[in-house]
Design a protein around this ligand. Structure first.
Ligand SMILES: [Zn+2]
Length: 121
């Protein structure tokens, strides 16, 4: 897979960050990872987080832009953010695939991992 494009200080990610009341946010649109509140270097140092967002890129490719966004919003309305099926799958992918993105094969301690936002609506 080609490396995704990473966009720092993204206004879109900033909106998501406000909505989720999160200190830092990464969000995927197509093959781009939009960041807010976190630098590219900080993001890439967190292999679970990278694996999570790479799974969203895969979901985007599977469903297409409109298909992904529609299903994502529908999942949000029906289940709440934390239980959107795409988010559940991305959290599973993070646990499964993190080692692929750990540069020296070492996973960071749990307390150093980016916390998943748990917004209710
Ligand atoms: Zn996610």
């Amino acid at each position: 897979m080609n490396p995704p494009r990473i966009i720092e200080n993204s206004p879109l990610a900033r909106l998501a960050r406000l909505k989720l009341s999160a200190g830092s946010v990464a969000m995927v649109l197509g093959r781009s990872i939009h960041l807010s509140g976190v630098t590219r270097e900080q993001f890439l140092r967190d292999p679970h987080w990278v694996a999570h967002e790479v799974e969203h890129i895969r979901q985007f490719e599977e469903h297409g832009r409109a298909g992904f966004l529609w299903r994502y919003l529908l999942g949000w309305v029906r289940h709440g953010y934390y239980n959107i099926p795409f988010e559940v799958a991305a959290r599973e992918a993070a646990e499964r695939d993190a080692l692929l993105y750990a540069p020296d094969g070492v996973l960071p301690a749990p307390e150093l991992r980016h916390p998943t936002p748990k917004a209710k609506s």
